[in-house]
Write a protein that binds this ligand. Structure first.
Ligand SMILES: Nc1nc2c(c(=O)[nH]1)N[C@H]1C(S)=C(S)[C@@H](COP(=O)(O)OP(=O)(O)OC[C@H]3O[C@@H](n4cnc5c(N)ncnc54)[C@H](O)[C@@H]3O)O[C@H]1N2
Ligand code: MOO
Length: 405
């Protein structure tokens, strides 16, 4: 029985197990999904930080800006030095950006607003000095204990910077699953095969899946396999990958052909089927099950556009779910021109997304020839999901947009 894309997502999600956590050195944590909270171990900034190179002063010494003022410079405080102390009024300390504010001072005058005569610093008439100027006060960004990054965050340079500054040398992150990608079919030959017969095609789906998964950064080791349409060979390889890998992706061999052995082979190896058929094009014969070890198994319809679409519509969201990643907010776009699809199926329509000139984003349909037209996806940005309930879609209508990785 065919189910809707939303019901398929629901069915898949119900059967997914969370992946375990592991510790990861900070320098390797970019792209990983955080499984802990990152909190401030001390105030940020941790001291009154000087923000301009110049002279730290007591603003009370310089209140009358109608006259020239003179201070004697008693020393230099660089970033990384302990705070010095201003001994008396009428003095100042030369300071660097990033240094701690010297004790007894409350403002910094940048070099550009001063003149120098030996140890004497001259502040010309008209230059105003206010308490707190050129300072980044202790804790003015965040207080100790503040939550800075929540579990579920994909770590980018911004979160890595924050983790580093609070001393998180190791981060608890989700384990990235190892993936077996199995291309099925006797017609397939490797890309570097010396000879391609007129009845043969080069394997492309497994390369496409691998590339998109690598680009997503959600997975660990990826290995590709080829299954010929030969049951003993299919069974042996499936048995091996089900024992060894955390996620199994098959492409091809799941529709109604005489040699479409995959569903039967999987069932006999103890993989429980939860879904076989979604009311959508491309990707209708999608098959999903879980092994006795709760390994998810997706058998993606072999047509290249179907495989690639199903990866983005179902497999990548499933991976994010298993990793505990906070789902990205759904993106919507407006259809730039009318589109008609008369079948009682949802249509995953490849589009190019461009600025519509009015502050929005317009999706220009780039329909493929058949779902075997793998070149048809070149130059597209993703696809919009057109619901099965309608057949005519008007320019300006809003739809969910699924972006390619
Ligand atoms: N009687 C029916 N026939 C078909 C139906 C149906 O409902 N009833 N569904 C059609 C739909 S929709 C699709 S999609 C395909 C899916 O079929 P399979 O998953 O069994 O895939 P194959 O038949 O093995 O391959 C389809 C097509 O894709 C090419 N292919 C397969 N693997 C690769 C690869 N790794 N790299 C490049 N190209 C690949 C393969 O050569 C075929 O041309 O079934 C319809 N039939
Ligand atoms: O739905 Mo199949 O996935 O058309 O090519």
């Amino acid at each position: 029985m065919l189910v809707t894309p939303a019901a398929a997502t629901e069915l898949i999600t119900t059967h997914l197990a969370a992946l375990p956590s592991e510790d990861c050195p900070l320098a390797a944590a970019h792209g990983r999904v955080l499984r802990q909270t990152i909190t401030a171990d001390r105030p940020l900034p941790p001291f009154d930080r000087i923000t301009m190179d110049g002279f730290a002063v007591r603003s009370a010494d310089l209140t009358d800006s109608s006259v020239e003022r003179r201070l004697r410079c008693t020393g230099f405080q660089a970033a990384g030095m302990m705070a010095q102390t201003l001994a008396a009024s009428g003095l100042c300390i030369e300071v660097a950006t990033g240094a701690v504010l010297p004790n007894g001072t409350d403002a910094v005058i940048p070099y550009e607003e001063t003149e120098r005569d030996g140890e004497t610093i001259i502040i010309p008439a008209g230059a105003v000095c206010e308490s707190g100027q050129s300072l980044h006060r202790t804790g003015s960004d965040v207080a100790t204990g503040t939550t800075l990054v929540a579990p579920g965050t994909r770590l980018s340079g911004r979160e890595i910077a924050v983790a580093a500054t609070v001393g998180a040398a190791q981060l608890r992150v989700a384990v990235r699953p190892s993936v077996a990608i199995l291309a099925t079919g006797d017609e397939l030959v490797e890309v570097d095969a010396p000879h391609v017969g007129p009845h043969q095609i080069r394997r492309s789906n497994d390369y496409a899946l691998r590339a998109a998964l690598l680009q997503s950064g959600l997975t660990g080791r990826i290995e590709r396999f080829h299954l010929r349409d030969h049951r003993p060979e299919i069974d042996a390889t499936l048995r091996r990958v089900l024992a060894e890998f955390d996620l199994v992706l098959l492409t091809g061999g799941v529709s109604k052909g005489k040699l479409d052995h995959i569903p039967k082979a999987l069932a006999e190896l103890g993989v429980t089927n939860h879904l076989h058929g979604v009311a959508q094009r491309p990707g209708k014969p999608l098959w999903f099950g879980t092994s006795s070890r709760r390994t998810p198994v997706f058998a993606l319809p072999g047509n290249p556009v179907s495989t690639y679409t199903c990866l983005h519509r179902y497999v990548l969201p499933a991976l994010r779910h298993q990793l505990g990643a906070t789902p990205p907010p759904p993106e919507t776009v407006r259809l730039a021109e009318p589109f008609r699809f008369a079948k009682p199926l949802a249509f995953m329509l490849p589009v190019q997304v461009r600025d519509d000139g009015a502050g929005g984003r317009a999706a220009h349909p780039a329909p493929f020839n058949t779902s075997g037209d793998l070149g048809g996806l070149l130059g597209t940005d993703g696809f919009v999901e057109l619901p099965a309930e309608a057949t005519d879609f008007a320019a300006g209508d809003t739809f969910t947009f699924w972006r390619w990785t």
